[in-house]
Design a protein around this ligand. Sequence first.
Ligand code: ADP
Ligand code: MG
Ligand code: ZN
Length: 603
Amino acid sequence: MEKKSSGKRPLIFYYAIALLVLMLINTFITPQLLERQVEEVGYNDFLQMVDEGKVETVSMESDQIRFISKEDGKEKYYKTGIWPDEGLTQRLTEKNVAFASEIPTQSSPLLAMLLSWVFPLLLLWGVGTLMFKKMKNLGGNAMTFGKSNAKIYAENETGKTFSDVAGQDEAKEALTEIVDFLHNPDKYADIGANLPKGALLVGPPGTGKTLLARAVAGEAHVPFFSISGSEFVEMFVGMGAAKVRDLFKQAVEKAPCIVFIDEIDTIGKKRDSGLNGGGNDEREQTLNQLLAEMDGFDGKKGVVILAATNRPDSLDKALLRPGRFDRRIPVELPDLRGREAILKVHAKDVKMDSRIDFHAIARATSGASGAELANIINEAALRAVRQGRNIVLQEDLQESVEVVIAGYERKNAVISEEEKRIIAYHEIGHALVAAKQNDSAPVEKITIIPRTSGALGYTMQVDEEEKVLMSRDQAVNKITTLTGGRAAEEVMFSSVTSGASNDIEQATKIARAMVSRFGMSERFGMVALEQVDNLYLGGDTSLACSQKTAAEIDEEVIAIVRQAHDKAVEILRQNMQKLNELAQYLLERETITGEEFMDILNG
Ligand code: ADP
Ligand code: MG
Ligand code: ZN
């Protein structure tokens, strides 16, 4: 078991530490904590104290006398040796001293029990749990002692405002009310309105959910407590729930404030019916505690809970009930205008050429998230520095768009002349097929410089305007364009290469979606045969039909792609001369613009 994780410490190590700690506690700390401060005095002092009426309780033991005296209202413990003394009993009775059978030497029997029994048991149990966890994720992240605390980050001022978040106007609008509520909770309390206790930010990764949450706290000038759902997962059993309690306790003290739970899906997954054999106890306990806390605290106090997730479909229904995260705020990928705005926000921190056309960059980055756009600006700045400039130019931005899409250029990759020819024809094949069909996006750039992502070349098409719908024709056109690369190899070299694998994958995906989800095939019509599992993370699908239908879907998909491919071959056969001319040109230049391409194409 340990061979696999050779870098990690064996379990015995943890047991040894636990034992050592126990021994240390027993020898050094326990006696000090437990034993009373008992002062030893002479017998005559004892008698004197009795006479002065200070002694309250006495107990005779076989070898010593213990007694408690009261001095300045405080109990003090003493002991003294045994002395033959006939008159002692009478003396004590006269002074009203109480006789006790025993004066305990330990300050608190409860503490004693805790220290000598409960604590060691807890420690052993903790190590046991650790072992259990370790066994469960062998090879995964074994936890260390230092990590056993979930980190709650508390910031008094996040320093972010809505102006740091570009686009996302709907989300901001929905959150403005919360900001107002935090500004003056009394206004809402007066009229008896309950603001939602929680709002759930939902959207793909990198769209600014975390940023928005921090901006809400910044706008409202309230403290911001944040914790990530994944922090709970790595802890001892029971700690997650304790942490949630702790979090809410702190938050209520600091109200008004924001509590932000990032990646809430890690603890808020649907609870399922014991199929996991209790393996998820910890998560479930944490979730239950969270639900209890949300129900428990007074919404009028001004604690607002925000949470973020990119897997809303997997959340437990209980979380979404009224009184909990009943407000759901979509934070979608930015549209054209949003992308331009995000680019501009991030460009503020960078020295930019004043003539930069952000609109063009926004157009070329359809589907990019805010995080990716921020990254594009940064990559451009890095490129400018590499080139020894102190200002970012348009070309830096353009290049960094491609870096983010396809990886860095591999300028020194060795590719034979023959292969280069094949790649050039392949790319021109895509471009030519695209150009010869109506309604496909104009070609922006064609290149046969390989990239670190593994792309040997690519054809960049940029839609003139943002599209939210795709017609059947457009879908077919897209597939046809995708098959154009392979088609060019066939008509030119009468052989095929592996270079089309990515095209094939994409074409199949579109064709499949047409049949199973878009209702674009005659055979099935408008029936949903597949469902999207997690919309925001790759959009994987699963079948929702019988085996037989699944086989028929495959047939249908094959037919669509085959037809598109035939069409592409035909287009290229009719334009052999242009294909040759363009491929030759691309081979010489390695990169050509859309304009150059159109010029040659149109003679
Ligand atoms: P999420 O939490 O949705 O995964 P983040 O809020 O962590 O995304 O965003 C990551 C980074 O991307 C932010 O720090 C910010 O730099 C950038 N970003 C994302 N969306 C936006 C936006 N709408 N406006 C400005 N910057 C954004
Ligand atoms: Mg985030
Ligand atoms: Zn291709």
